[in-house]
Design a protein around this ligand. Structure first.
Ligand code: FAD
Length: 381
């Protein structure tokens, strides 16, 4: 195996580093991204403080100038048209520098899904807002009774003329308090088999009848929310794809969500920071390492897990670029030849085994790091 960049990849990596060195606003340097700083750009974008808004705008401008605000979108839609391997390098460098993610779920998840499944009108209405950083989309999938078994969701949408009337509750809606729009799964046919009665709607969060309530996590951060829908009227034109076929749109979106290279880098950084912290006086005072020696092994195990995650993602990204497969040094037919009509690789099935297993942001390392921070950091004041 050859894990080194080739000349082309090394040159691209240098371009990304150069932008980070010269244009990343000072307050965005080396942020710890696992908790609320993950939302730093979102917070700044909407801040009352002009200096914070200026930071968000400056970083948005620097990235947009190169098409890197939505680096994975095809160029014809205003993105960077980066290959999977370039995306890997881009995300790796951004995460290493501690730069805050920008564009949220609009650039990473909803935009690419709209490009594949939206109508021309829907693309025209939404892609520009996402690309300019003005419009922030968040995800309304999970419900109190529908987590792992997502297809059990009960939020209902009943057709009434040109609208659906939506009632129900979503949970774990990350960043809904920064959101302008949500993408939401709703049940449109309660009598159909559960995967087949679901539709995918875009919802303006200011629509009357929507209430967002904070859920404070174990680190005393406000990341999650509960989102309630009470007789919310959503235009039928906001449905992506056919009625009752939303499950398949949702699955496409989740494939985009799972390519979480930066998550693996951030996990490793956070473990390094945790290890550095427990060597400080404050860390020694708070740490339980002396009374729980097995924790050392756990830190090592989780460090190894992040290494495996990063290298697996690197290999699967390379596999999706014809001629660049790092494991076989030649294109893998099963991985590299699948693409949608415009030549954009379809993440849904490309290298599906490793991408699904390794790319998920819900790794045990991530959960463990979050829990460790809660134990080590104590309540945030
Ligand atoms: C960081 C983070 C951000 C999130 N952001 C969002 C968001 O923005 N929007 C959103 O909609 N959701 C979000 N979620 C929710 C998430 O995607 C899932 O809904 C949630 O992780 C799983 O649902 P649950 O909590 O109800 O757990 P459950 O489904 O109740 O699962 C609990 C446990 O039971 C196990 N389990 C479940 N079913 C089975 C089975 N059949 N057999 C064996 N074991 C089983 C699971 O593996 C798990 O260990 C987020 C989650 C996290 C961790």
């Amino acid at each position: 195996m050859d894990w080194n960049d080739n000349a082309e990849q090394a040159a691209f990596r240098e371009q990304v580093r150069e932008v980070l060195r010269t244009q990343l606003p000072e307050p965005y340097r080396d942020l710890v991204l696992l908790t609320s700083n993950n939302n730093r750009w979102d917070e700044d974008r909407a801040s009352d403080d002009p200096a914070r808004r200026a930071d968000a705008e400056a970083w948005t401008g620097a990235l947009s100038a190169r098409g890197w605000f939505a680096p994975q979108w095809p160029k014809e839609y205003g993105g960077g048209g980066l290959s999977p391997m370039e995306m890997f390098i881009f995300k790796e460098e951004m995460a290493r520098a501690g730069a805050p993610p920008v564009g949220g779920q609009g650039t990473r998840q909803l935009g690419p899904t709209l490009i594949l499944h939206g109508t021309e009108e829907q693309k025209a209405e939404h892609l520009g807002g996402i690309l300019s950083g003005r419009v922030n989309f968040r995800q309304g999938y999970s419900e109190p009774g529908a987590g792992s078994d997502l297809a059990s969701l009960q939020t209902s949408a009943v057709r009434d003329g040109d609208d659906y009337i939506v009632n129900g509750q979503k949970i774990w809606t990350s960043g809904a308090h920064y959101a302008d729009w949500l993408y939401v799964l709703v049940r449109t046919d309660p009598s159909a088999p559960k995967h087949r009665g679901i539709s995918f709607l875009l919802v303006d969060i200011k629509t009357p009848g929507i209430t967002v309530r904070p859920l404070i996590n174990a680190c005393y951060d406000h990341e999650f929310n509960e989102t309630f829908f009470e007789d919310v009227r959503i235009p039928v034109k906001n449905r992506i794809g056919e009625e009752n076929r939303g499950w398949y749109i949702a699955a496409t979106l989740l494939d985009f969500e799972r390519s979480n290279v930066d998550g693996s880098v951030v996990c490793r950084k956070t473990i390094n920071e945790l290890a550095a912290f427990v060597r400080t006086d404050e860390g020694r005072a708070k740490s339980t390492l002396d009374v729980q020696p097995s924790l050392r092994g756990e830190i090592a195990r989780n460090y190894i897990e992040t290494e495996v995650l990063t290298t697996s993602l690197s290999a699967s990204s390379a596999c999706r670029t014809p001629g660049r497969c790092r494991t076989t040094r030649r294109p893998s037919p099963s991985c590299s030849t699948r693409s949608c009509s415009n030549g954009w690789p379809v993440p849904a099935r490309a290298c599906s085994g490793s991408t699904r297993t390794c790319g998920t942001p819900r790794t045990s390392a991530l959960r463990w790091v979050r829990a460790s921070r809660a134990v080590m950091c104590g309540p945030r004041r």
